[in-house]
Design a protein around this ligand. Structure first.
Ligand code: ADP
Ligand code: MG
Length: 244
């Protein structure tokens, strides 16, 4: 029997006014898989991620996380706890230290004791390579450190799925690598990840499949080697070529 995907997105459609942004998006993600979405800006990549955690409500279509349908779900907060979300702007609480940023969801949402939360926070900060910034505030951290705190915070909730929306786009070039390395490590550890990025080196070397989106549609889905060596679609070729 074929294994059921962890995530199934089926014929997702979304318009903002008369701007048709998602024009029938379908794909799936198996447990442990890492898929990267690429495509020109304004093409609906963030909208796809935002529909998955239902920050945006699609007009139609289905999104399944295992046996739960997200679009129609009543218990959206419970579902969101299973989905880690890391985006360009970090979203850290500025008045809390790095460690407290990781702990807050654990104590407030998961009702963990302070001691337990502290131990898990320490573990997750370690996992993203942050060993000596526990008591630093976001303003005292570099962009790469801030993004790694954001990743640790998401991981601490023990999500089934991690969504990354251009996690390195706001970073100075010399800080991009440390974040990509953490993401690479997570992929190697078997985390299921859906990553929107312009980092083609990451897409090529880490992802199991690349989804090229344009104009609200998936133009091509392909194994990274095939995609880079000989994209099936002319638009994919033009997009990849332009970035080089
Ligand atoms: P991408 O992430 O590929 O750059 P987005 O998903 O952010 O693209 O946006 C796709 C289109 O949807 C853009 O034209 C954008 O202006 C529009 N859009 C996104 N979010 C909203 C919103 N909340 N309200 C109105 N238009 C939106
Ligand atoms: Mg975007």
């Amino acid at each position: 029997m074929e294994k059921k995907p962890l995530v199934q997105v089926k014929n997702l459609r979304k318009s903002f006014g008369d701007n048709l942004v998602l024009d029938g998006i379908s794909f799936s993600l198996n447990t442990g898989e890492n898929k990267v979405i690429i495509g020109p800006s304004g093409t609906g990549k963030s909208t796809v991620l935002n529909c998955i955690n239902r920050l945006i409500m699609p007009d139609s279509g289905e999104i399944w996380l295992e046996d739960t349908e997200i679009v129609s779900a009543k218990n959206i907060n419970e579902i969101r706890q299973q989905i880690g979300y890391v985006f360009q702007g970090f979203g850290l609480f500025h008045h809390l230290t790095a460690k407290k940023n990781v702990m807050i969801g654990l104590t407030k949402v998961k009702n963990m004791s302070k001691k337990e939360a502290e131990e898990l926070a320490r573990f997750e900060l370690d996992r993203v390579g942050l060993t000596d910034v526990d008591d630093s505030y976001p303003a005292q951290l570099s962009g790469g450190q801030k993004q790694r705190v954001a990743i640790a915070r998401a991981l601490a909730m023990q999500p089934k799925l991690m969504l990354f929306d251009e996690p390195t786009s706001a970073l100075d070039p010399e800080l991009i690598g440390e974040v990509l390395n953490v993401m690479k490590k997570l992929a190697e550890e078997g985390m299921t990840m859906l990553v929107v990025t312009h980092e083609m080196g990451f897409a090529r070397s880490v992802s199991d499949e690349i989804i090229f989106m344009e104009g609200g549609k998936i133009v091509e889905q392909n194994h990274p080697e095939n995609m880079f060596k000989g994209p099936e679609n002319e638009r994919t070729r033009q997009f990849l070529f332009k970035l080089d």
